[in-house]
Design a protein around this ligand. Structure first.
Ligand code: G6P
Length: 357
């Protein structure tokens, strides 16, 4: 696993490993026959109480996965919140014995996340980690551990671990709320093939070439695409060293719009019927300011009438389509960084795992 398998960078190799990573995450956890999802490692946690509450703590890319996970649980009626691990102690969050605190951390070693989990442990919460690394500090110190099984990730910028975290949190939600449906199971099973299709057919490289000289990049999305907008911007910053920002689509008009110009391409994720219409409103807002628009969408026929370019994703349902949209954004960032000759696998000033607070 440790070689680059013919890819120029580990990051690209890891982007291409995502279908396999997801298959591994699903293995033996999803049963179509019984219409059930089981996460063996979490079975002694039982079923989550509606007013639990559940608190996610995480940093960086894992924080974006945690935002996604909290949304999934809230949709099932669970009182789930999400905190940046570095602010958890300072935010005076009420923690009691009925609280479940979930630390999402690829490495299981991030100091800020460990510190938040230790705060939760001390306060008597039930702690869970969703991690990639067997035997990591988070795995050892939490009451429960769920492995995402993404395999080793060498590139500093997290890619396959994010997709695996999204899938793992989908499984966790179904397992802990007893909400597995045949539809979710079928969509999870189809996801690796759909992701492969995105990788095989993506035109992200051409789009990256077109906008490599941009001053800054904006990413917008609604619903489950809102955390992906943040992740798209983080990836772009990390590996290209260019200014990038991500917003929930509706926030654009409350300030960031002032920064939008013809030199700031906007990547607009418009997937799922509910969000396409509102996203068209956002696209109009930025186009009126001269910004080029790249739509990431499962409705290419509609969006190509409004956007300058379209990056197509298959429909994977209201939640999982965002996994696919994110892959298109990973590829755009990768190709921009590659064209700029950046140190993609080891960006300046960044570390794979930050062990200081
Ligand atoms: C570092 C990495 C990021 C990562 C974050 C959290 O800042 O550069 O890519 O998202 O740590 O890491 P974790 O291992 O806790 O997921």
């Amino acid at each position: 696993d440790a070689g680059k398998s013919g890819h120029e960078h580990y990051m690209l190799k890891e982007i291409y490993e995502q279908p396999t990573a997801i298959r591994k995450c699903l293995r033996e956890r999803v049963s179509e026959m019984e219409e059930s999802i089981t996460v063996e490692e979490l079975s002694d946690l039982g079923t989550l109480e509606r007013d639990g509450p559940v608190q996610f703590v995480a940093c960086g890319t894992s924080f974006h996965a945690a935002l996604y996970g909290a949304r999934l649980l809230r949709e099932q009626g669970i009182h789930a919140q999400c905190f940046r691990a570095s602010e958890y102690a300072a935010e005076s969050v009420p923690i009691h014995s009925g609280t479940v605190v979930i630390g999402v951390t690829q490495s299981g070693e991030t100091a800020d996340t460990m510190s938040a989990l230790r705060t939760a442990n001390k306060a008597g919460a039930s702690t869970v980690t969703v991690t990639n690394v067997v035997g990591s500090s988070a795995a050892r110190e939490c009451d429960h551990v769920m492995y995402i099984r993404a395999g080793p990730e060498i590139g500093v910028a997290a890619t396959k671990t994010f997709a695996s975290q999204q899938v793992a949190l989908t499984l966790l939600t179904s397992a802990l709320t007893g909400s597995a449906s045949l539809d979710t199971i079928k969509r999870l099973r189809t996801l690796p093939d759909q992701l492969q299709r995105v990788l095989d057919e993506s035109t992200a490289r051409e789009i990256a070439m077109e906008y490599v000289d941009a001053d800054s990049y904006f990413f917008i999305g609604r619903g489950y695409n809102a955390p992906v907008a943040l992740e798209g911007a983080l990836k772009m910053k990390e590996i290209t060293y260019k200014h990038a920002e991500g917003f929930a689509g509706g926030e654009l008009k409350h300030g960031p719009l002032a920064l939008v110009t013809e030199a700031s391409p906007v990547f607009a994720m418009a997937t799922g019927e509910n969000h396409v219409e509102k996203m068209l409103g956002n696209i109009n807002e930025v186009e009126a300011r001269g910004a080029p628009v790249v739509a990431v969408t499962d409705s290419p026929a509609t969006l190509s009438q409004y956007a300058d370019h379209v990056l197509e994703v298959p429909d994977a349902g209201p939640r999982l389509t965002s996994v696919l949209a994110n892959v298109q954004l990973q590829l755009v960032s990768y190709w921009v960084a590659n064209e700029l000759g950046r140190s993609i696998d080891k960006p300046r000033h960044l570390a794979k795992s930050v062990t200081v607070e």
